[in-house]
Design a protein around this ligand. Structure first.
Ligand code: NAD
Ligand code: UDX
Length: 479
């Protein structure tokens, strides 16, 4: 079979960009991205896409209406497609068996059932969502138990490795594409057909093929390894603050060893995003089910350390402000979980903000890309607060960093947006309450310059011993 039509179930952070790039690179393939959310599809069909991702607008503009379509007509999408990506969300279960750890596969299951109900011809079904090992078996069971005469299915695993904020580059210049399938002639044929799609732009040597279970586990493993590096460097940031070492210098020295490498060694207020925590919990649950408690405990510690880092940072903010932030104005700069995305899922800024609010602070929040409603949604969520009205009263969302910092006792920088590096801190100092504090949770500011202006500065993984030039009082270290 030559793939002429592709359908993707799930028009989210993965389905949207991935299929847009496939459409760009494979002009002869018709790509239809379907979602059950009418609102999301309407946004994909508008000038304001539902997600902010550098370069995405351009790709969509080039292909939409030609060979790229966004639709709620799931039936048509499924029926006409030769190959179907399942790219739906796989959140952590919030109740029942495996609550708080296992991946909730209800959306994957519903996608499989839709395919089973609607398909009238052979399909290659590709698991793009991140799933526990053996999830393909669930999809297979559903499809094969409902097969209509003359309809055959092949199930592949093709996990996605893009990172938000760099998704388009990650997709266009993918270091590797991973495809897992059954070790049968039909399974191998299906793998080759998906390889053919990617070979439109990815060198064949970068396309790895394997069996289904290895492919599924590799995705969880890759995220676990990346998160583990961040927790490792964050653990050392605490040692640096206690000893006078500088975590950036330690990362530079350690990363020079080519066996270790320099990437993903940026100490921070902790990792966020929709993937790392969820996928490690997924791995932990898998290990527990496999009766491997030591392995589960090993990966659990990566998450524990991440929580510790967020708690440690926030506690220092409060302690430095004379152990009380009640009625103090605090400017929170950055709310997304990293720069160049408007995504707030598991953003460390949520924990920081929530804790400061619980302590009675008034927050002035500014983020260049997160919509105000999204910030309010995160902070008034029942998992975060039982008093949404009080939160609404104490949170103001600002259009610029300058308006957020006016009258503030402290700035808490939570996201490493480039624009924060070039703010006029002299001007900011003048409009803040004194002593003026900056807590740089991303190590992106010029601390010496800030101290020269008169700020009390604290950051991650480095003791800033020098008093500010105006000798204002305040603790300078994170003991
Ligand atoms: P998302 O929440 O942004 O998008 C998922 C979409 O699927 C939603 O719009 C939802 O309405 C839709 N959906 C759910 N069930 C459906 C159904 N039966 N039919 C049609 N649409 C349906 O999620 P995401 O961030 O795109 O993640 C999708 C998967 O990819 C997850 O498993 C995630 O772990 C994985 N992943 C995410 C990233 C990332 O950076 N976000 C990277 C790699 C892998
Ligand atoms: C991650 C993986 O990188 C990607 O391969 C996978 O497909 C999805 O999950 P994403 O969560 O979008 O991507 O972003 P990533 O760049 O990995 O950052 C995750 C979090 O770790 C962010 O909060 C980021 O600020 C933080 N981080 C990253 C650090 O604190 N230090 C680092 O050195 C790198």
């Amino acid at each position: 079979m030559v793939i002429e039509k592709i359908c993707c179930l799930g028009a989210g952070y993965v389905g949207g960009p991935t299929c847009s790039v496939i459409a760009l690179k494979c002009p002869n393939i018709k790509v239809t991205v379907c979602d059950k959310s009418v609102e999301r599809i309407n946004q994909w069909n508008s000038d304001k896409l539902p997600i902010y991702e550098p370069g995405l607008d351009d790709v969509v503009r080039q292909c939409r209406g030609k060979n790229l379509f966004f639709s709620t007509d799931i039936a048509q999408g499924i029926q006409e497609a030769d190959l179907i990506f399942i790219s739906v969300n796989t959140p952590t279960k919030t109740f029942g068996n495996g609550k708080g750890r296992a991946a909730d596969l209800k959306y994957v299951e519903s996608a499989a059932r839709m395919i089973a109900d609607l398909a009238t011809s052979n399909k290659i079904v590709v698991e793009k969502s991140t799933v526990p090992v053996k999830a393909a078996e669930i999809i297979m069971k559903i499809l094969r138990a409902n097969t209509k005469p003359g309809v055959n299915y092949q199930i592949l695993s093709n996990p996605e490795f893009l990172a938000e904020g760099t998704a388009i580059v990650d997709l266009i210049e993918a270091e590797r594409v991973l495809i897992g399938g059954e070790d049968t002639p039909d399974g191998q044929k299906a793998i080759q057909e998906l390889c053919w799609v990617y070979e439109h732009w990815i060198p064949a040597k970068n396309i790895l093929t394997t069996n289904t279970w290895s492919s599924e586990l590799s995705k969880l493993a890759a995220n676990a390894f990346l998160a583990q590096r961040i927790s490792s460097i964050n653990s050392l940031s605490a040692v640096c603050e206690a000893t006078g070492a500088d975590v950036s210098e330690v990362a530079r020295a350690v990363g020079r060893d080519s066996r270790i490498g320099p990437k993903f060694l940026e100490a921070s207020i902790g990792f966020g995003g929709s993937c790392f925590q969820k996928d490690i919990l997924n791995l932990i649950y898998l290990c527990e089910c496999l009766n491997l408690p030591e392995v589960a405990a090993y990966w659990q510690q990566v998450l524990n350390l991440n929580d510790y880092q967020k708690i440690r940072f926030t506690r220092k903010v409060i302690e430095s402000l004379f152990n009380t932030v009640t009625d103090k104005n605090i400017a929170v700069l950055g709310f997304s979980f990293k720069k160049n995305t408007g995504d707030t899922r598991e953003s460390p800024a949520i924990y920081v903000s929530q804790t400061l609010l619980d302590e009675g602070a008034k927050l002035n929040i500014y983020d260049p890309k997160v919509e105000p409603d999204q910030i309010m949604y995160e902070l008034t969520n029942p998992y975060v607060t039982s008093e949404p009205e009080i939160v609404k009263k104490n949170v103001e969302i600002h259009d610029t960093a300058y308006s957020a910092v006016t009258g503030a006792h402290a700035i808490v920088l939570c996201t490493e947006w480039d624009e924060f590096k070039t703010l006029d801190f002299q001007k900011i100092y003048e409009v803040m309450m004194k002593p003026a504090y900056i807590f740089d949770g991303r190590k992106i500011l010029n601390h010496e310059r800030l101290q020269n202006i008169g700020f009390h500065v604290q950051t991650i993984g480095k003791r800033l011993n020098r008093m500010p030039s105006n000798r204002a009082q305040g603790s300078q270290t994170m003991p």
